[in-house]
Design a protein around this ligand. Structure first.
Ligand code: ADP
Ligand code: MG
Length: 452
C-alpha cells in the first residue's frame, strides 16, 4: 500500500511540475513525502507529510484544487490527498502502523511539529534602523541565549511594524541552530482556544504538557488576553513554569503592558519583570532602506525616484509600505516596463485605501450589505440561507482583516455568534479567495467600497 502511495504521489508531483512554476514547486512540494496511504472501499487516501505548519497552510490554501486536478489527470480515480506536518526521519515508524481511519492516527499526531513559523521571517531579512534597533538587539540576544537575562522579552508597537516578524525570527534562529528545539509559536487567541478546549474535553494534562515543556514559547498579540481572567491565570502559571525551568518566553503586544487594561496586576508585573522593547514607525530613511531590501529580495531594481516617492507617501508601518510596493510592482509588470513614472504614481495612488476615511465596523457592514444586496438585520439574524451565510462570513472576514477586531467583538457584531463560528467564517473566506480568482475580485470590490 505504502509503495502504491509513493507511485501515485511521484506521478502527481511530475504533473504538478508542469503546472506550477519551478520556484513554486520547489518551495511547496519538493520536501513533501508520502507518510501513509490507505485503500478503503475503493477509495484511496494519501497522507502527505510537509515540513512545517506554514507549508501545510499554504499548500492547503493555494494548491488543494490543483493537487486534486493533478491526481485525476494522472488517471487515479477516487484518490485524494491530505497534508500533515511531519518530519521525514520519523517516517520509518509509520510503515506498517495502523492505517488511516478518517481521524488522523496517533502515530501521525505524535510527529506533528506544533510550530507554525513562517520561514521568511528571519533576522537576516529584517531591516534594522532607529525605530526598531532596541527590539532587534534584544531579540537576537534572546535567540542566542535562551532563558538568560531578558525573560520574558516583550516586544510592543503598533500594527504592521514587524513584531510578528521579529518574534518568529527568534524561533527560526533557535531552530536553525538546534533542529529539535521545542519552539512553540502561538497567538494569544490560539492559547485561549486551546485552554478552553482542554477544559471542555478534560485534557488539561496534555495542554500543560504542550505548553510547559517547550524551550521557547512565542506568544503573539497578547493584547487579546485582556479581560479573559481564567486564561490569564493559566498563562501566568505556564509562564512561571517555563521561566523556572530556565526556558524562554517572548511576547508581542500592540501596547505597553501597562496600557493593556483588564489584565491582572500580577501578570502585568510579571511581564515587566523581564525586558520590554518597543518598535516605532519607521522614519523616511528606514522606509527607503526597507523598500530597497524588499526589491533586492525580488531581484528588482527600482528607479530611485520611485523608491523615495513610495517612502514619502507611505507613512504608516512596514505592512502598509509593502502593500504599496506590491501594488506598484504589479502595475509595472502588467505594463511590461512601459509605464512612465507619472503613470505608475497615479495608478498606485488611486489604488490606495483612503487615509481620510478609516474603515469602521459600520462602514464594513454597509459595504457588505451593498455588495450582497442584503440588509444588516438578516446578516445579524439566524437565517441559514446560503447567500446570507456567505455574506455573513465575508463580513466576519473583513472585520478581522481590515479592522483587526477580536473574535468576540466580531461575534457580537454578527448577531451574537461565538468565536469558533467566527474563526470558521474567516478561514472559509480566506480559502475561497485563494482558490478562486472570481471570489478574490469580489473581495477586492467590497474592499474598495469599504475604503470609498
Ligand atoms: P506586526 O506583527 O507588528 O503587525 P509584521 O511582523 O506582521 O507586523 O510585519 C508586517 C510586514 O512587514 C511583514 O511582511 C514583515 O516581514 C515586514 N516587516 C516588518 N518590519 C520589517 C523590517 N524591519 N524589515 C523587513 N521587513 C519587515
Ligand atoms: Mg503581528
Amino acid at each position: 500500500m505504502q509503495k502504491d502511495g509513493q507511485k501515485v504521489w511521484s506521478d502527481v508531483c511530475s504533473r504538478l511540475k508542469l503546472q506550477v512554476s519551478t520556484s513554486a514547486f520547489r518551495t511547496w512540494f519538493s520536501g513533501s513525502f508520502v507518510l501513509d496511504s490507505k485503500q478503503d472501499g475503493g477509495k484511496v487516501l494519501l497522507v502527505i507529510g510537509l515540513k512545517n505548519n506554514f507549508l501545510k497552510e499554504q499548500v492547503e490554501n493555494r494548491y488543494m484544487d490543483i493537487v486534486a486536478r493533478a491526481i485525476s489527470e494522472c488517471g487515479y480515480k477516487d484518490t485524494s490527498a491530505i497534508f500533515v506536518v511531519a518530519n521525514r526521519e520519523v517516517k520509518a515508524d509509520s510503515i506498517g502502523a495502523p492505517i488511516f481511519t478518517g481521524i488522523v492516527p496517533e502515530m501521525i499526531v505524535k510527529n506533528i511539529r506544533s510550530d507554525s513559523l513562517n520561514p521568511n521571517h528571519t533576522f537576516s531579512n529584517f531591516v534594522v534602523g532607529y525605530s526598531n534597533n532596541l527590539a532587534y538587539l534584544a531579540a537576537s540576544k534572546v535567540a542566542g541565549n535562551l532563558g538568560g537575562a531578558y525573560n520574558p522579552l516583550m516586544i510592543y508597537g503598533s500594527v504592521g511594524v514587524g513584531k510578528t516578524h521579529l518574534l518568529q525570527a527568534v524561533g527560526n534562529q533557535v531552530l536553525s541552530r538546534v533542529l529539535d528545539s521545542k519552539v512553540l509559536y502561538v497567538t494569544s487567541e490560539k492559547f485561549t482556544n486551546d485552554f478552553l478546549e482542554s477544559l471542555r474535553n478534560k485534557t488539561q494534562a496534555s495542554f500543560r504538557q504542550k505548553y510547559r515543556s517547550v524551550d521557547l514559547l512565542l506568544v503573539d498579540d497578547i493584547q487579546f488576553l485582556a479581560g479573559k481572567e481564567s486564561t490569564q491565570d493559566e498563562f501566568f502559571h505556564t509562564f512561571n513554569e517555563i521561566c523556572l525551568s530556565g526556558k524562554q518566553v517572548v511576547l508581542a503586544s500592540d501596547r505597553h503592558p501597562k496600557e493593556l487594561g483588564r489584565l491582572k496586576e500580577r501578570l502585568v508585573s510579571r511581564f515587566l519583570g523581564g525586558m520590554t522593547a518597543d518598535i516605532g514607525l519607521p522614519d523616511l530613511e528606514m522606509r527607503m532602506a526597507i523598500i530597497r531590501a524588499k526589491c533586492a529580495e525580488r531581484g528588482i531594481k527600482l528607479d530611485h525616484e520611485l523608491v523615495s516617492w513610495v517612502a514619502k507617501e507611505s507613512t504608516g508601518g512596514v505592512r502598509e509600505l509593502e502593500g504599496m510596493l506590491t501594488s506598484m510592482l504589479a502595475y509595472m509588470k502588467i505594463n511590461a516596463g512601459k509605464a512612465t513614472v507619472e503613470e505608475i504614481k497615479s495608478a498606485v495612488s488611486s489604488n490606495r485605501p483612503s487615509i481620510k476615511n478609516p474603515p469602521t465596523p459600520g462602514r464594513v457592514i454597509e459595504a457588505v450589505c451593498r455588495h450582497f444586496k442584503v440588509d444588516s438585520i438578516s446578516l445579524r439574524g439566524s437565517s441559514r440561507k446560503a447567500a446570507i451565510v456567505l455574506a455573513r462570513q465575508v463580513l466576519m472576514y473583513f472585520l478581522r482583516t481590515e479592522l483587526g477586531l477580536p473574535l468576540e467583538q466580531i461575534g457580537d457584531l454578527v448577531g451574537g455568534r461565538d468565536h469558533s463560528t467566527v474563526i470558521h467564517g474567516v478561514e472559509k473566506i480566506s480559502r475561497l479567495i485563494s482558490a478562486s480568482q472570481k471570489k478574490k475580485d469580489d473581495i477586492l470590490r467590497i474592499q474598495s467600497l469599504i475604503h470609498a
